[in-house]
Design a protein around this ligand. Structure first.
Ligand code: SF4
Ligand code: SF4
Length: 476
């Protein structure tokens, strides 16, 4: 018996509820041979892919103020976003960023469903727009490819399979290098390429691991990433509502489905819905599902079934859109999909969240100072009639340049005396320094036990940060 192409060839109509579309009754994987999509949505996806690839590939090379556009150096715990360097000390921004990110994903999905998965998720873009077309080019489309897989090994099959895997590995190597450039910077990746692996074993191992992972994902794992592994996919069940925009089959219009041919009479045609049961929507589906069963977890909103069905509708002279972007509510109530008040409210909240995070990032200071009074010390009276307090400060430089920092007291009656030879402190790029200093006031200016003070942290004439502290003195 030939291997089934999709689950609809082995399961009954209702069994989809209890089964995975890519697993047969013996628990074996059903290898999918989706038909190549074509149509207006596919053409738009090609444009989205070109835009995605342009940004993905150029990302590590774009510099803002000498910094990369985006770099996530988890090894050295340095992160650059839009040219601004973030260190572990920025945990408030990171913490808020993570909360905003989770909220963003939740609200975005409730309003727009899996639109991200179909259009811009790297897994879908690489799999469906690069690796799959290469496979189709060398081994044929859909059923032809299945026949090719089942055919005897011969010279033609060997060279086609070999070339396919060579190209897959080459692309995996390329993607691995770009991904690593996002982690450690492209300069380090170039160093890695131009030097022997023995000079940087960890970098070389990372490259091999990335390449192996990408090759495995795109040559073997494929849709399993979306239907069984991706946590975002798993969340769909709790995030999608009846008002969520999704790719939906209009069963009110399509059912009762029925095949038609040139002998189908008018009466039969009138009794049937618009779906001609051609199953092309299943054949093009990269996750192997039948969208006519309703919204399903496995659907990555790739739009392939919309294009396939629109093409069929054109051929049978019915209006397009039997499968379309819509909400469950709009299909059931037979009204056009409209952006619901809830979705609008979510979009407003989403915009506000982005503005908050952007304000946090833009308003973040380039120097962070942690100031503490030296433990066990209150105040000292000096022989010359002044009162001093001793402090300890940690200065963190969040820029990529060396800074020469000094401390300036807001209150002109007092002075700051740094312990050591210099009144300035040199702090290297993305590093920190400790400084111990006295604040000294003539006794006549101190009238209370605790006086509030502002200290300016200066880089030359430029104020980097203002910190407040208090000065202890006798209670006169
Ligand atoms: S059901 Fe349609 S939109 Fe969903 S994954 Fe399959 S082809 Fe893509
Ligand atoms: S492509 Fe359209 S007409 Fe054909 S089976 Fe799917 S929904 Fe029905």
């Amino acid at each position: 018996m030939p291997t089934p192409v999709s689950y609809s060839e082995i399961y009954d109509d209702e069994e989809y509820r209890d089964t995975l579309a890519t697993v047969d009754k013996d628990g074996k994987r059903i290898w999918l041979y989706p038909k190549k999509p074509k149509g207006r949505f596919y053409n738009k996806r090609i444009i989205a892919t070109i835009a995605f690839l342009a940004i993905f590939i150029s990302g590590p090379f774009i510099k803002i103020n000498g910094q990369p556009l985006l770099m996530m150096n988890i090894f050295e715990r340095k992160f650059v976003i839009f040219g601004r360097l973030f260190l572990p000390q920025d945990f408030v921004i990171f913490g808020l960023g993570m909360i905003i990110f989770v909220l963003f994903i939740t609200l975005f999905t409730v309003a727009f469903g899996r639109i991200w998965c179909g259009w811009l998720c790297p897994q879908t873009v690489f799999m469906e727009m690069i690796f799959r077309p290469i496979e189709n080019w060398l081994e044929g489309d859909g059923r032809k490819q299945k026949k090719f897989d089942e055919s005897e090994w011969n010279f033609d099959k060997i060279w086609r399979k070999t070339l396919k895997h060579v190209i897959f590995i080459a692309f995996s190597i390329f993607i691995a290098h770009i991904t690593l450039a996002y982690l450690i910077g492209y300069e380090q990746v170039i160093q890695l390429i131009t030097h022997s692996p023995s000079e940087n074993w960890s970098g070389f191992v990372a490259l091999v691991a990335f390449t192996g992972s990408f090759y495995f994902v795109f040559s073997k794992l494929r849709e399993q990433v979306c239907v069984a592994i991706c946590p975002y996919g798993r969340l769909q069940g709790v995030l999608v509502t009846r008002e969520t925009m999704n790719i939906i089959y209009d069963d009110k219009r399509g059912e009762p489905r029925g095949k038609i041919n040139k002998n189908t009479n008018e009466e039969t045609l009138a009794a049937q819905g618009d779906c001609v049961d051609c199953k092309l929507c299943i054949q093009v589906c990269p996750t192997g599902i039948d969208i006519r069963n309703g919204v399903q977890l496995e659907c990555v909103n790739c739009t392939a079934c919309i294009d396939a069905c629109d093409d069929v509708m054109d051929k049978v002279g019915k209006p397009r859109g039997l499968i379309r972007y819509a909400s469950v509510d709009s299909v059931e109530k037979r009204v056009p999909y409209k952006f619901s008040t809830r979705s609008l409210a979510y979009s407003i909240v989403l915009t506000a969240l982005i503005v908050v995070e952007a304000a946090l990032i833009m308003g973040r200071s380039e120097v962070e100072t942690t100031l503490m009074r030296v433990p066990g010390q209150l105040y000292q009276k000096t022989e010359k009639g002044t009162i001093t307090n001793l402090y300890n400060a940690q200065l963190v430089n969040k820029t990529q340049e060396e800074l020469e920092l000094s401390l300036k007291l807001d209150d002109k009656n007092g002075v700051i005396r740094v312990v050591g030879d210099s009144q300035t402190v040199k702090v290297g790029p993305a590093s920190k320094e400790e400084v111990v200093f006295f604040i000294e006031f003539p006794q006549e200016y101190i009238h209370q036990r605790k006086t509030n003070l502002d200290i300016h942290v200066m880089n030359g004439d430029k104020e980097m940060e203002t910190i407040d502290t208090n000065f202890l003195g006798p209670n006169n």
